[in-house]
Design a protein around this ligand. Structure first.
Ligand code: HEC
Length: 136
């Protein structure tokens, strides 16, 4: 019984260590065109609630360095940038962004657990929506 437990712990430790060797893409590619925000307040809200996944200015947290969490974080950033990336302003779809703020689907709930400041009040939503409309 005790032996089985030790063996299990050893295998688990080896697997966790092995996972750390798999490379993870935590890149912040160069910004193609810097955005001139119509309002510094809207910019501030976007950077607080969206920019980690929707810009090339991701702030990679410490746990993004530890597999298997790192894989999930990198995947969210990759998918997020694919759908909306303000570092490539020509491709920004404002009405889609507005919808995601209105219906509350963004920022994702899991992100709010680790980034409670990213939660949007009704005032934040209104300011961010008009800022996005005026800027892009
Ligand atoms: C933790 C990462 C993360 C944050 C923070 C985040 N998003 Fe997203 N976003 C995603 C991912 C991942 C997708 C891809 C679709 C999916 O998997 O749900 C996405 C998709 C989108 C889309 C595409 C359409 C849709 O709804 O699927 C829009 C628009 C969007 N996000 C806007 C925003 C806005 C605006 C904010 C800030 C208020 C924000 N997101 C915050 C990760 C994030």
């Amino acid at each position: 019984m005790k032996r089985g437990l030790l063996l299990f712990a050893a295998v688990l430790a080896a697997a966790l260590l092995g996972m750390q060797l798999i490379p993870v893409q935590r890149t912040n590619p160069p910004i193609e065109d810097a955005v001139e925000w119509s309002s510094p307040h809207a910019r501030e809200i976007f950077y607080r609630s969206c920019a980690d996944c929707h810009s090339n200015e991701t702030q990679w947290p410490w746990y993004s360095r530890i597999a298997p969490v790192s894989w999930a974080v990198a995947r969210h950033v990759r998918k997020g940038r694919h759908d909306l990336n303000i570092s490539v302003p020509d491709e920004v779809d404002v009405s889609e962004a507005v919808d995601s703020i209105r219906d509350g689907s963004m920022p994702p709930r899991y992100y709010l657990l680790t980034h409670p400041r990213a939660r949007l009040s009704e005032d934040d939503k209104a300011a961010l929506i008009s800022g996005l409309k005026e800027t892009f």
